[in-house]
Design a binder for this molecule. Structure first.
Ligand code: HSE
Length: 346
């Protein structure tokens, strides 16, 4: 049996659901994959819980403690006030970090320190955080390659919807000609509510916040920035580019009015926030914008907080995957999937 030692950075909604999955499925993962996933350390921005024991932290107790509203630094026996994720990573006593702190797109925030620190320690990285990958993609991938470190970012690229796995694994050997997707659950939820129930924009946004799918600052969703980040990461990974955010033209849904939605309905169309990667000769055109789709379009029937991606290829034709509702559990499950796939055959 293979044992994988994990450091969890971030004990918010996604981090807690990740711990919950490990607590609930630990035995199942051993039976099915011969993999034992143990958490050596878990940190948030105030402190951490840490162990050196080969059994790892007691995750079932830890997640209950956190879900009861307690802080990780106060976790009995293991809690350490003020201990940072970066300090735990620097100890080097793990195989992989799971980065689930909130995305910071100004300078990458603590996640930048975590991921660069993990690469120095030759630890793999599984991340739901988009910040460092959006801002420092080229440098991160160069350093990771030099150290033989795996970067696994399914959870940062539409999470439960397998955008990268499909593009990189299922379409291997094809030439991917273009990608088109609905990559943000919050905006798709809002547009669906406006279309189906005539719900006001503000009310629908509040509902999405209650579902826990909107970003901490929901302008990232409604202004199209979250979709732009995912579009960029998919373009860089699947199309092998080193583009940056300034290469993405972005328009969100803040100016979509009930009248626009009714106008589209009259022509048997539906408005969706569409991410696109188009190859034009040697250059790549990346965009996010609201589009009125014909009802027959493969993305027209993607509703609520569900998402989808369509790839067009030279040898396999068009492939569309849909589903993968945005949710903290879905993001945690995407991290677990990346962990299993990264270590099961290592
Ligand atoms: N806020 C995002 C969404 C989830 O609504 O899909 C995290 O990317």
């Amino acid at each position: 049996m293979k044992t994988v030692k994990i450091i969890l950075c971030g004990c918010g909604g996604v981090g807690k659901e990740f711990l919950q999955l490990l607590a609930d499925r630990g035995e199942e993962l051993v039976a099915k994959y011969d993999l034992q996933l143990i958490v050596m350390g878990a940190a948030d921005l105030k402190g951490a819980a840490l162990t050196n024991s080969d059994e790892g932290l007691p995750v079932a107790e830890l997640v209950t403690y956190l879900k009861d509203g307690n802080e990780v630094q106060n976790f009995p026996t293991f809690g350490k006030e003020g201990l940072t994720g970066a300090e735990i990573i620097a100890q080097g006593n793990a195989d992989v970090i799971v980065e689930a702190t909130p995305t910071d797109l100004k300078d990458g925030g603590v996640a930048k320190t975590h991921v660069f620190g993990a690469i120095e320690q030759s630890m793999d990285i599984v991340s739901a955080n988009k910040g460092p990958f959006v801002l420092f993609y080229e440098e991160l991938f160069k350093r990771a390659k030099a150290k033989g470190v795996g970067l696994h970012i399914s959870a940062a690229t539409a999470a439960a919807l397998p955008t990268l796995d499909v593009g990189l694994i299922c379409l291997a050997g094809t030439r991917v000609l273009s990608a088109e997707g609905i990559l943000n659950g919050t905006t798709n939820y809002i547009l669906t509510q406006m279309y189906v129930n005539g719900t006001a924009y503000d009310v629908a946004l509040k509902e999405a916040q209650k579902l826990g799918i909107a970003e901490t600052d929901p302008s990232y969703d409604v202004e199209g920035k979250d979709s732009a980040n995912k579009t960029l990461l998919i373009a860089n990974r699947v199309f092998g580019q080193t583009l940056s955010l300034s290469d993405v033209s972005v328009q969100g849904i803040t100016e979509v009015t009930p009248e626009d939605i009714e106008e589209a309905r009259k022509s048997d169309k539906i408005i969706k926030l569409i991410s696109e990667v188009k190859v034009e000769g040697d250059s790549f055109k990346l965009s996010v914008s609201p589009k009125a789709l014909d009802k027959t379009h493969p993305l027209a029937s993607v509703n609520g907080s569900e998402k989808a991606i369509s790839y067009d290829t030279d040898t396999m034709g068009g492939i569309t995957v849909m589903g993968g509702k945005s949710s903290p559990v879905g993001a945690a499950a995407a991290m677990l999937k990346d962990l299993i796939n990264a270590f099961v055959s290592k």
